[in-house]
Design a protein. Sequence first.
Length: 311
Amino acid sequence: MDNQNPQTPAKKSNLVYFLIVVVLALLGTNAYLYFQKNKSEERLITQSVDDNKVLVSTQTRLKSSLDSLTTQLDSANSGKHRISQALQAKDEQLKAKITELRKALAKGHLTVAQLNSAKEDIKQLRYFVTKYTADIEELKQQNASLTTERDTLKTNLATVNQKATTLQQQNQDLSTKVKTAAAIKTSTVAITAYKIKKSGKEVDVTRASTAKKIKINFTVTTNELAEKGFHDIYLRVIDPTGNLVTTPESNTFNINGQDMQYTYKSAIDFKNDGSGYAIDWVNPAEFQKGTYSVVLYADGYQMGKSSFSLR
């Protein structure tokens, strides 16, 4: 028993050392875990702040993309061209989608999933806006082409109308020339004054006091363009004072588009053979001394003229 007592304090001392080591180990473990927990919390806080910055940056970029798409749409629709109903419907659809995304982004705190969904929507929207813009541009080119064709047609139409007007004028001029060429003309005109005896016999005279009528003898130039058959002949007798001699039967006729009064009207049967013709005119009044002028008209033109004098 006396031999075991010296070992008892040694055992107690070892136990104390062991306990001290265990306590120190536990303290070290707690300290390690505490520091690790603080680091983890710091990482979580840092990650949360970084994620929030990313979300804000992403929202800003998406808003900028929507502004760019809106500008692109407004630019595409800035022209005066008329778009089809299909393009107009697409335009309204795109604008509605942009408004929807703007409202979603205006709410602010979106999740990553919502932002990713918005990114995909804007990606598809950009494709449709690009396609829509291309369609509008093609429509503009078609309108420009149609405008060019329309202007060309207007120019061609104006040219055709001008040519038609020119041809019409040429036809009128040609028709006038033909009518002028077709009008019969005299080659010779001779006028003689006559008195009429009680027996009815006619005697040519040169005195105004005895003259009662005149005889106009004339020949007509051959004319292949002139129409064969009867032609009206109009006489205008101008007395020595320059006045037109008229009778109650005197009327008007058209000459070169102008109405004129005539003294006497007759007709001849034109055969285009150089035949001679004669027209008698009896003066219902007294002849005056001096020179008379006689102008013959036919087919709307002057046919010939001559004069005679009485003393």
